[in-house]
Design a protein around this ligand. Structure first.
Ligand SMILES: [Mn+2]
Length: 409
C-alpha cells in the first residue's frame, strides 16, 4: 500500500522511490487478488490446467501372462495358518499318511515365573509368518530349495487344546495330543519314516510333554537348547516346596526330563547361555549332572559361527536331536516379546546361521519347538513374531534337508 499511501499524501510514486513505470511488489499482489479464482484448481501453484477429466481416453490394460498366485492368497489375506499352509486337525485325523511335517501350537503359559502371555504365542507366530508361503518359498540361502514344496508334505496342525485352569492336567493334554500325532504314518515313508513336528509355544514347560511323547518313538534324545537360561534348575530350588504343581515350570523342565530318562546322557547342550545363577556352584554342577555342556552367548564373538557349529556337531554326533529354541536366546533388540529377557544375546542372523550349519552337517533332527514368545510385549512392527516365523522356516529347511529313519527295534 506504500505507493497508494504516497498518492493519498500527494507525493509522486516515480523517481528515486520505485523507478519509472514500476509497480511495487505489493501492488502487483493486490491487483492479482482483484479477480478471485473461480475454483481451487485455478488458484493452484501449478496454475490452471484445462484437462477434460470426463472425456479422458481409457488406459490400455495389459492382459496377464502368468500369475503364480492365481488361486492363492496374498500375504495379508486368508485365514492365517502358518505360512498359508493347509490346515489339518492332526489330533483328529481320520486317515493316516497325509503329511510328513506339521506345525503345531501349544497355547500354554501356566509355568512362567515372570511375564505371562505365551498362550497367545502360536496365534501371533502364525501372524508373523504370513509373508512366508508355499507359492514363494524358494530360498536364496538354501540353494533355491522350497521346503514347502520338496519331498515332504507340510501342514499346519492347529493348536493342541489344553485347559487354562490346571497346569498338570494341561501338560497331560499336550502330551496326549503330541502322542496322537506322532503315531500317524508319514506320507512319504520311503524318504523319512516318521511324522515330525515343529511346535510353537507356549512357555518352555511344554518341552517336557513333547519329550515325553517323543520317547516311545526315538528313545533318549540329545537336546540342543538355545536359551539364555539353563532350565535345568532343581525343582526344589525353583518354585518347589509349595505343591506338586509348583515344581513343574519353565525353569525346571529339563531337570525333570533328565530324571525321567528322556535325555541323552552326555550330549545335550545349552547354546547362547547368559543368565544369573542362584548358587555359585550348585546350578552348574547340577546342569552337568543332567548331561549338559554349554556355549555362552559371549563366546560366539571369539569362536565364530563355524566353531560353534563344529562343537555342537562333535557333541551330538549321530544321535537323534531335539531342538528347543527359547526366543530369549536372541538379544532383546531382536526379540523383545518374551517372558524373561536377558540383554547381550545373539542376533537373528547368527541364530539362523547356526541352525543352517547344523542342517548342512546332517544332524538328525526328530522334532523342534520355538517357545516363550509373548506377543503382548512385541513392537508394533511385530519384530519378535516375524523372527519366530523365520526361525521355524529355517528349522523346516533342516527337517527337509535331513530325512530320518526310526531306530531299528
Ligand atoms: Mn527357557
Amino acid at each position: 500500500m506504500f505507493p497508494r499511501l504516497l498518492a493519498v499524501l500527494g507525493l509522486g510514486v516515480t523517481g528515486s522511490l520505485s523507478g519509472a513505470n514500476e509497480q511495487h511488489p505489493q501492488e502487483v499482489l493486490s491487483n492479482a487478488h482483484a479477480k478471485e479464482p473461480s475454483s481451487f484448481i485455478e488458484s493452484s501453484i501449478f496454475g490452471r490446467r484445462n484437462i477434460d477429466v470426463v472425456n479422458l481416453p481409457d488406459s490400455e490394460v495389459l492382459a496377464p501372462t502368468y500369475n503364480p498366485r492365481d488361486s492363492e492368497e496374498y500375504p495379508f489375506q486368508g485365514l492365517g495358518t502358518f505360512a498359508h499352509l493347509d490346515f489339518t486337525k492332526c489330533t483328529e485325523l481320520e486317515s493316516s499318511g497325509t503329511f510328513d511335517i506339521g506345525i503345531v501350537g501349544h497355547p500354554f503359559d501356566l509355568g512362567v515365573s515372570y511375564r505371562p502371555g505365551q498362550r497367545f504365542g502360536p496365534h501371533a507366530a502364525r501372524q508373523g509368518a504370513r509373508r512366508l508361503s508355499p507359492e514363494a518359498g524358494w530360498d536364496m540361502d538354501h540353494g533355491g530349495v522350497n521346503p514347502f514344496r520338496n519331498w515332504a508334505t507340510v501342514t499346519d496342525c492347529g493348536d493342541i487344546s489344553n485347559t487354562p485352569f490346571d497346569k498338570l492336567a494341561a501338560i497331560h493334554e499336550l502330551e496326549r495330543g503330541m502322542e496322537a500325532i506322532n503315531k500317524l504314518k508319514a506320507k512319504n515313508e520311503s524318504t523319512s519314516d516318521a511324522v515330525r513336528l515343529i511346535t510353537i509355544g507356549g512357555d518352555h514347560t511344554i518341552t517336557l510333554p513333547i519329550l515325553r511323547a517323543l520317547h516311545s518313538t526315538w528313545g533318549r534324545v540329545a537336546v540342543l537348547h538355545f536359551d539364555s537360561h539353563l532350565d535345568t534348575w532343581n525343582p526344589k530350588q525353583l518354585g518347589g516346596g509349595l505343591t506338586k504343581y509348583s515344581e513343574v515350570n519353565h525353569g525346571t523342565m529339563l531337570h525333570i526330563a533328565h530324571e525321567e530318562g528322556l535325555l541323552s546322557n552326555h550330549s545335550n547342550m545349552h547354546l547362547g547361555s547368559r543368565c544369573a545363577l542362584f548358587d555359585e556352584h550348585y546350578d552348574l554342577n547340577n546342569d552337568l549332572r543332567c548331561g549338559f555342556s554349554y556355549i555362552r552367548a559371549r563366546e560366539l564373538d571369539t569362536l565364530g559361527i563355524e566353531k560353534v557349529v563344529k562343537q555342537i556337531v562333535k557333541t551330538v554326533g549321530d544321535e537323534y536331536v531335539y531342538l528347543s529354541v527359547d526366543i530369549d536366546v536372541l538379544d532383546p533388540a531382536f526379540a523383545p516379546a518374551t517372558g524373561t529377557i536377558e540383554p547381550g544375546g545373539w542376533t537373528t542372523r547368527e541364530l539362523l546361521q547356526i541352525i543352517g550349519g547344523l542342517s548342512d552337517a546332517g544332524i538328525k533332527i526328530v522334532g523342534a519347538d520355538v517357545v516363550e514368545f509373548t506377543p503382548i510385549y512385541d513392537s508394533v512392527a511385530e519384530t519378535t513374531g516375524i523372527a519366530v516365523g523365520q526361525i521355524i522356516y529355517e528349522i523346516l529347511h533342516w527337517m527337509v534337508h535331513v530325512p530320518v529313519k526310526r531306530p531299528k527295534p
